[in-house]
Design a protein around this ligand. Sequence first.
Ligand SMILES: [Ca+2]
Length: 357
Amino acid sequence: MRLSKILKEIKAGSMFLREALVFMVGIFKFVFCIEITSSYFSGKVGRLSSNLNETYISVGSTISCAKKCMRSQCCFSYSYSKNTEECDIHFVVPKEVLPTDVDSQADWMNFGRGRYYGLPRDCYDLHTWGCPDDVYTVYPASTTPFKVYCDMTGGGWTFIQRRFNGSIPFHSKLWSDYKVGFGIASKTGEHWIGNDNIHSLTTQRGSGMEVEFELKHPSGGWYYANYKNFYIENEANWYRLWIGDYSGTAGDAIHTPDYYPAKKDLNGRYFSTSDEDHDATNTDNCADSYKAGWWYNKCSASWLNAVYSSDGMFQPVSTHPDYRGLYWGKLSLDIKYNGTYASIMETIIKIKPMDVE
Ligand SMILES: [Ca+2]
């Protein structure tokens, strides 16, 4: 009896101790959070203008709003409304927008983190600042700012082209369209980022860029082709293509060693569209024949901006008036689909500085 009473008291005591411990940890966490947030952030009445850059809105306390910001090095401030409990997280806004763009709404506070990185030139800059995969505005040296999709896996890739369902009629776009770009820059939006922008992105760093073509065959597999030392010249030089050594699994459809390279190597060749013929043939406009704005020699073994083929079958002009299909060298030619050449089902063309992770 006495022993069981002692055990009961010990149990009650340990329950009390456990509860006391939980309480103490709670207090500690609360104080610790305030400590962390107040030492990292400084406040200012008002809300940072939400139309400037990437802002994400959720609901919570000011502490949970601060924590959301702290989870990403890329976040430089947050705004919180004590009335509506809205939380805006701000990723990478240029220094010069602060503090003039914090308005005077009394129920909002903007908390700055005291770090400003300046203007991101491309996704690689954002990657080095700890930013996650997303759409961002970039500010290359010689063009007006524009939006890009960033894939941060493997070193901060900037998407320059994306196709997967034919929702954007690439084949009907003209020189002026390819110049400025079209579609919606996102992971799930078909788009071409624009030749002027590709020129800026590939020439601004003064160091080599690499380009990678990711290609999904209609049979389901993904293949890739990577090239070093990629850049294009400006419009006055018809966006002339310069592109180095190949590595990958998709086969080389740019230098095309297996396809009469003297006639089809695209290195040093110019961009053409259906309304601007800068290819190496006198009898034909390759961009019009293949229904794709692209770089051409006499003509090419790749053209990924053509008429989208949703059934995965490539139809040359002899059997189909639209010359339908996205073509990539031996990947289309050798891995046949439904008994015919394959049209690539999904494409990603992306760039980053060479030799970075
Ligand atoms: Ca021609």
